[in-house]
Design a protein around this ligand. Sequence first.
Ligand code: CU
Length: 361
Amino acid sequence: MKRFLLLGSLLAAIAVAVAVPLAVTGGRDASANGGKHRRQSQRMVRPTMPRTPSVKSLHGGRKGNVRTFRLTASQFTQKIANFPIKTVQVWGYNRSTPGPTLVANRGERIRVVIRNKLPEPTTIHFHGAGAPNRDDGVAGISQPNPIGVGKRHVYSFIVHRAGTFAYHAHTDSAVQELRGLDGFLIVQPRRVPASQKVDEDYAMVLQQFAPPAEGALVAPFPPGTGDFPFSTINGKTGDASGGPLTIHKGDRVRIRLYNASNLSHSMHLHGMPFEEVSKNGYAIPRESRSKETTVNLAPGEFIDIEFNASNPGNWIFHCHVPHHTSNKMMDGYHGAPVGMTRIFHYAGYRPVPPGYFRYGG
Ligand SMILES: [Cu+2]
């Protein structure tokens, strides 16, 4: 009997020894390094810089609390695909569509100096970024006189909130946006909890183009079926993207998506579930998030998703509208998806067949 009592108190002591750390860490991190993880989550660190594959980031020039970005809107030639058309004329900023990703810090005043070298007047709207009415950039309404051909204009306002935002033309939108006048504005928090810092932060603009012929100016309205024949991420179809996006097992990966096109896109990730963490510039609380495999973006929406890189392989991320993974109804290398497609490649896993990126139809 005495021996049973002794064994009983020993078991109780073990139970307490296990339960107390579980209660402290919330259970999930009750592994050997659980305590370390908890301390890290309270430490504040600088956020990871976002990258926009195939597109430059602009950090502008900083003087005190003012950050100045310089943009020139013009018509130029850009390679968008490997086949059946390669190069087209588009409208964009600093000779890029999407335009460069503007990166600022929360609380700064941003000044955007825009030069108009387009053949018609234009304006810029900073979608979701909280510009006051005089800097809202809607031609004929909040900006009664759009920026004339050859003219210059300065937008200036304080970015009070961190998040993913966009900028795009708001003059003759049916033509100007669909020829490519759009881009990201990303406002970074000064510090983030270490546990919420991501390892990779990718930004992707979804666009579609309707070029009538090789080298010609893209049409704002597609001929025939009404669907745009070229669907792109950051101005390139998957085959013309140059290579996969390399990630590492254990990474936390963020993808910021902005739909700058005329249609909805249902973006699907193979291999790993993801969570929507922010929608249209507003964070989604942790308790409201759920695991997903596909997220639909209506025109003008921007959504941040994050996934844990837990499953090594070569996994595609693509629009699930079947026409949008083709280039003008043509598929890629051995029938591979092209159009609105990117490939995540795990470091150390067998390479993506290089033929995918060289395939010419
Ligand atoms: Cu699509």
